[in-house]
Write a protein that binds this ligand. Sequence first.
Ligand SMILES: [Zn+2]
Length: 306
Amino acid sequence: MTIAISSSNWLTGWTTAPAIVMVPKPEAPPSLTSDASEPTTEPQTAELTITTPTPTATPLPPPVATPVRQPTPDGVARTAKVPILMYHYLSDPPPQADSIRKDLSVDPALFAAQLERMQAEGYTTISLYDLVAYLTQGTPLPPKPVIITFDDGYRDSYENAFPLLQAHGMQATFFIITDFIDAKEPEYLSWEMVRAMYAGGMSIESHSRNHVSLRGRDKDYLIWQALGSAETIKAEIGVAPRFICYPAGQYDQNVIDIFKSANYWAGITTKQGATQASNDLFELDRIRVRGTTTPDQLSRLLALDW
Ligand SMILES: [Zn+2]
């Protein structure tokens, strides 16, 4: 099934609930596009046990309700240096892992050291909602803001990242692939885990339905990705996502236009940099954190003016 909008002028934006009709459409092919930077390898383990994280320090306060309405831009052009860190796996790679998987894997102990370095240097984790509120309306940000993001929704996001973030009183955004969770892929999060993370103060946002490249796709297909992932997340955690992290960092103007019209507020790329701009909300930059990134190197990356 796919979701299509019956209104012909839906691209003008939804101030009222659009009429939605369900029309049959073949599911997208299950094969994944080649993706050099973000391999979607076969599950390496079948760890099915759900363990409850046990924070060792003060947990985050309960999350504030996710804003439903996008802040109305006040017309002021703003830029802000807000590093958005990009993580993938937060676990030691299996022995047979290739170089890409190793590069995408950060050891939990190293992640803890990175968090502690950021805290020692006065960085405060904020959400993408905070960033958009600043860029569109000037809502003040704390000194030295930083946004932590995890792509793909691997199970170690729950098992390793979530408890460490809670233990340090820090927050992060997790970009999830909804079809993989629906399919109960063992390497990925379950919906129970996603709900626990959201209840624990983490942001849950879209990384598409199935992690194929969105570049060069037609309108119907992009609507299927944008609305499909949003409806699923809303059904599972109660709020719709407002941010799309482009699979493999691939997008085009059509992708931006469709997701914007589907009530997303911003798009997150893999372009390296830390300066975010109000007139580029659908092309936010990030900083890749590698398995070899020491706290010293992370400190230098965060301090770079780029
Ligand atoms: Zn990805």
